[in-house]
Design a protein around this ligand. Structure first.
Ligand SMILES: NC(=O)c1ccc[n+]([C@@H]2O[C@H](COP(=O)([O-])OP(=O)(O)OC[C@H]3O[C@@H](n4cnc5c(N)ncnc54)[C@H](O)[C@@H]3O)[C@@H](O)[C@H]2O)c1
Length: 271
C-alpha cells in the first residue's frame, strides 16, 4: 500500500474541541500525517498547548478561542481561515456537550442550549466549511456524533440524544447534497471514551464502570487516541468513496443488542 494514500501534506484542517480529548487526538493525528491546523476551543490554555505540541511536529497550528454555540464566532473563525490559510480541506466538528435532565423535568432552555451547541454549532461549521469546499470541488467533513445518534441512552440524556440524532441526519443530508461535488461528510459515533467528566461520574458511582463495560465486547473504555486512525483515513484520499457513513467507534457496543450477554473473557468457556 502506498504511504501517500494517507498523506495530508499541504492540506488544512479545522478541528473544534482541540484543547483535549477526542479533538486534541484528532488534531495531533492530522498533524502527524502532514496537515496544518486551525485549532478551535473555548479553553484557551488547553488549545494553545495543542498548538505548541503540533508546532513540535513541524506543522503550522493557529488557535481560535471561540464558543461553537455562537454562529457569529464560527463565521469569524472561517474568515480567519480564509485570511491565514486560504483553503480548508477538512473539518472535524468535535466540540459541544449535553445537559442532563429527566425528560419530564428538563428546562426547555437547557434543551435549546444543547441544540445550539451540538446542532447549530456543527451545522454552522459545516455550512461555512462546505461553501468553501464546494467552491474548491473537494473536502471532507467529520461530525462527531454518539451512540445516542442512533440508540437511546436513558439516564437523563434526552436533550443530548435528540441533538445527536440530528447530527446523524445532518451528516446524511449533507453527504447526499454535496458528495457529487467532491465534498464528503461522515460521522463517527463513539461509545464511552474516557474524559474528565466521565471519570468524575465513574468516581462518584463506581458501579457505572461495570455497567458501561458490560456493553462493550472489546472489554475496555475508549481512549481519545482511538480516533486517530479514523480521522486520518477520513481526511485523506484513501476514503474517497466513503461518505454519508455513520461509523461506530465503540468496541463493538452497537453490534451487540442491549439484551446481549456480558462479554466472554478469554479464560471463560465458550458455551
Ligand atoms: N467521551 C465520550 O464518551 C463521548 C462519547 C460520544 C460522543 N462524544 C462527543 O465527542 C465530543 C468530544 O468529546 P470528548 O470526550 O473529547 O470531550 P472533552 O470534554 O474531553 O473535550 C471537549 C472539548 O470541547 C471544548 N468545548 C466544549 N464545548 C465547547 C463550546 N461550546 N465551544 C468551544 N469549545 C467547546 C472543551 O473545552 C473541550 O476542550 C463531544 O461532542 C461529545 O459529546 C463523547
Amino acid at each position: 500500500m502506498s504511504s501517500t494514500l494517507f498523506d495530508l501534506s499541504h492540506k488544512v484542517a479545522v478541528v473544534t474541541g482541540a484543547a483535549q480529548g477526542i479533538g486534541r487526538a484528532m488534531s495531533m493525528a492530522l498533524a502527524e500525517a502532514g496537515a496544518d491546523l486551525m485549532l478551535v476551543d473555548r479553553n484557551e490554555a488547553g488549545v494553545r498547548q495543542t498548538a505548541v505540541d503540533i508546532a513540535k511536529l513541524g506543522r503550522r497550528a493557529e488557535v481560535a478561542v471561540i464558543n461553537v454555540s455562537e454562529p457569529a464566532q464560527i463565521r469569524a473563525l472561517f474568515a480567519r481561515v480564509d485570511a491565514e490559510f486560504g483553503r480548508v480541506d477538512f473539518l472535524g466538528n468535535v466540540a459541544g456537550e449535553g445537559i442532563l435532565g429527566a425528560p419530564e423535568d428538563i428546562a426547555l432552555e437547557d434543551v435549546e442550549q444543547v441544540w445550539r451547541d451540538l446542532v447549530f454549532g456543527r451545522f454552522c461549521a459545516c455550512q461555512e466549511a462546505g461553501r468553501r469546499m464546494l467552491a474548491a470541488g473537494r473536502g471532507s467533513i467529520v461530525n462527531i456524533g454518539s451512540l445516542a445518534s442512533v440508540t437511546a441512552l436513558g439516564r437523563g440524556h434526552i436533550a443530548y440524544s435528540m441533538a445527536m440524532g440530528a447530527v446523524a441526519q445532518m451528516t446524511r443530508e449533507l453527504s447526499t447534497e454535496w458528495s457529487g461535488q467532491g465534498v464528503r461528510v461522515n460521522a463517527i459515533l463513539p461509545a464511552q471514551v474516557l474524559n474528565p467528566s466521565l471519570e468524575k461520574r465513574i468516581a462518584a458511582t463506581p458501579e457505572l464502570a461495570d455497567q458501561f463495560l458490560s456493553g462493550i465486547p472489546a472489554g475496555r473504555f475508549g481512549r481519545p487516541s482511538d480516533i486517530m486512525g479514523l480521522a486520518v483515513l477520513l481526511a485523506s484520499d484513501a476514503s474517497e468513496w466513503i461518505t454519508g457513513a455513520l461509523i461506530p467507534m465503540d468496541g463493538g457496543n452497537l453490534a451487540m443488542n442491549g439484551g446481549g450477554s456480558v462479554r466472554r473473557r478469554k479464560s471463560e468457556p465458550k458455551a
